[in-house]
Design a binder for this molecule. Structure first.
Ligand SMILES: *[C@@H]1O[C@H](CO)[C@@H](O)[C@H](O)[C@H]1NC(C)=O
Ligand SMILES: *[C@@H]1O[C@H](CO)[C@@H](O)[C@H](O)[C@H]1NC(C)=O
Ligand SMILES: *[C@@H]1O[C@H](CO)[C@@H](O)[C@H](O)[C@H]1NC(C)=O
Ligand SMILES: *[C@@H]1O[C@H](CO)[C@@H](O)[C@H](O)[C@H]1NC(C)=O
Ligand SMILES: *[C@@H]1O[C@H](CO)[C@@H](O)[C@H](O)[C@H]1NC(C)=O
Ligand SMILES: *[C@@H]1O[C@H](CO)[C@@H](O)[C@H](O)[C@H]1NC(C)=O
Ligand SMILES: *[C@@H]1O[C@H](CO)[C@@H](O)[C@H](O)[C@H]1NC(C)=O
Length: 245
């Protein structure tokens, strides 16, 4: 029984409140200020559903990276975000022990997110001396929860990790650009292709290169409507559009 319900019932029926109702109403009024104080304290500690510049609301919910504190109502695990360093929200990867996505923008009206694939971003950092001792790099589409879809407005970028022999052939292909800096790969044997139209079924067999492992990731088009493989670093840093259902 809610105390407010008790009060409304007694008003409507003009019968006196039952003793249990009286007790509840009393307790409710008495507790109210304490509840309000607790809520204010939470706000003061930064536990509002805001992370960096972004407001987190339904269907997303948030736990704080540092304090582990929960903000918002718990919802489906796919929509659980963590607020990284009070800077930006992280969307988890569906692959265990794999870095997820940094959310840069959100549109609740369009059900859209602009996100950066953090694992691909790591590839752009200064390469360690050993490049063949890395965790596998997944295609971006393989890391998404079931409710998330890559928007067809993106174009795909393909990174090819080639054997030495295949690299010689790849160097002759005009539309491929050799990578400048790339963690986990020998840049002499790594090539980038841009401008590949998004395929809903994930069939990129038309772009396969013999003896080269492809990694497929979406990027946003440049204002010209195209992408240019030479600018792959900036393209990866700018992220891509995701939709949720
Ligand atoms: C956390 O954010 C602050 C600025 O808000 C920044 O100075 C600091 O480097 C960030 N720490 C990490 C680990 O990103
Ligand atoms: C927040 O927004 C301001 C202005 O739009 C921008 O300068 C700043 O970099 C943003 N901060 C983050 C963490 O995105
Ligand atoms: C690239 O290929 C080399 C040699 O085949 C392999 O050791 C390395 O792990 C591959 N890198 C990625 C990111 O798949
Ligand atoms: C990287 O590839 C080049 C050319 O295929 C090869 O000469 C070089 O030895 C490779 N680097 C390492 C560290 O294996
Ligand atoms: C990534 O996608 C390409 C093209 O669809 C596929 O050939 C490749 O096996 C995929 N890689 C992984 C690690 O799933
Ligand atoms: C993928 O596309 C190619 C044409 O680009 C086609 O020949 C092939 O049958 C397709 N594979 C699947 C599994 O749909
Ligand atoms: C891609 O960018 C490079 C370097 O900025 C430029 O030289 C090249 O002409 C561009 N390619 C296309 C097709 O626009």
């Amino acid at each position: 029984m809610h105390p407010l319900w008790c009060a409304l019932q007694s008003l409507k029926s003009s019968t006196p409140m039952s003793p249990s109702c009286w007790f509840l109403a009393f307790a409710w009024v008495w507790w109210l200020p304490l509840v309000l104080v607790a809520a204010e304290e939470q706000q003061a500690e930064g536990c509002s559903a805001k992370c960096g510049n972004l407001t987190i609301s339904h269907p997303f919910w948030l736990t704080d990276w540092d304090t582990g504190r929960l903000c918002g109502s718990p919802g489906p695990p796919e929509f659980e975000l963590t607020c990284y360093n009070s800077t930006y929200p992280l969307l988890p990867s569906s692959v265990p022990n794999n870095a997820g996505f940094a959310i840069m923008d959100v549109s609740y009206k369009e059900r859209g997110l602009r996100v950066v694939d953090l694992r691909k971003l790591q590839l752009l950092h200064d390469p360690p001396s050993i490049f063949n001792d890395c965790l596998p790099i997944w295609n971006t589409s393989a890391k998404l929860g079931r409710q998330f879809k890559i928007s067809p407005v993106n174009l795909e970028l393909i990174l090819y990790n080639c054997t030495e022999k295949a690299a010689a052939a790849a160097r002759r292909e005009k539309e491929l650009v050799q990578a400048k800096t790339m963690r986990c790969m020998n840049t002499s044997n790594t090539f980038v292709r841009a401008g590949v139209p998004y395929d809903r079924t994930g069939n990129y067999s038309g772009y396969a290169l013999e003896d080269c492992d492809p990694i497929v990731l979406p990027v946003l088009r440049l204002p010209s409507g195209k992408t240019n493989a030479s600018h792959y670093e900036r393209l990866i840093q700018s992220g891509f559009l995701l939709k949720w259902e």
